[in-house]
Ligand binder design. Structure first.
Ligand code: 5GP
Ligand code: ZN
Length: 114
């Protein structure tokens, strides 16, 4: 999508601190980090939201999960614990309409979320 912020990050048209990239996913640091580790994992393909996923996206989801675990390992939070968050839609606070999974760690995270 030409006007999508995260598609532009995938394409390198907008700078981001990328920490990992593979054939299907990109991971980069959130510009407004909420924890010592706050990385966004996104599909390279424009998927607007978690709610747009179907069973046909199974392979993509496997790559997303693999990317999350690789990021957690590289960030040193795989052992201490981390949280994966995907805000879907208005009430969840989704602000960028290109699906992204927040990977948060490096401190004790409160529960329940706000
Ligand atoms: P959401 O609120 O949609 O779940 O998460 C969007 C996230 O994207 C926010 O945490 C916000 O800080 C992050 N974000 C928004 N614009 C940019 C940007 O241009 N670069 C980076 N790295 N993160 C961004
Ligand atoms: Zn996009």
């Amino acid at each position: 999508m030409s006007d999508c912020l995260f598609c532009k990050i995938v394409a390198g048209q907008i700078p981001a601190t990328k920490v990992r990239e593979d054939e299907h996913t990109v991971a980069f640091r959130d510009i407004n980090a909420q924890a010592p580790t706050h990385v966004l994992v996104i599909p390279k393909r424009h998927v607007p939201a978690f709610g747009a996923l179907t069973a046909e996206d199974g392979p993509l989801l496997a790559h997303m999960a693999n990317a999350v675990n690789a990021v957690a390992e590289a960030e040193g939070v795989a052992g201490t614990g981390f949280r994966v968050v995907c805000n879907n839609g208005a009430h969840a606070g989704q602000t960028v309409d290109h699906m992204h999974w927040h990977v948060l760690g490096g401190r004790n995270l409160g529960w329940p979320p706000g």
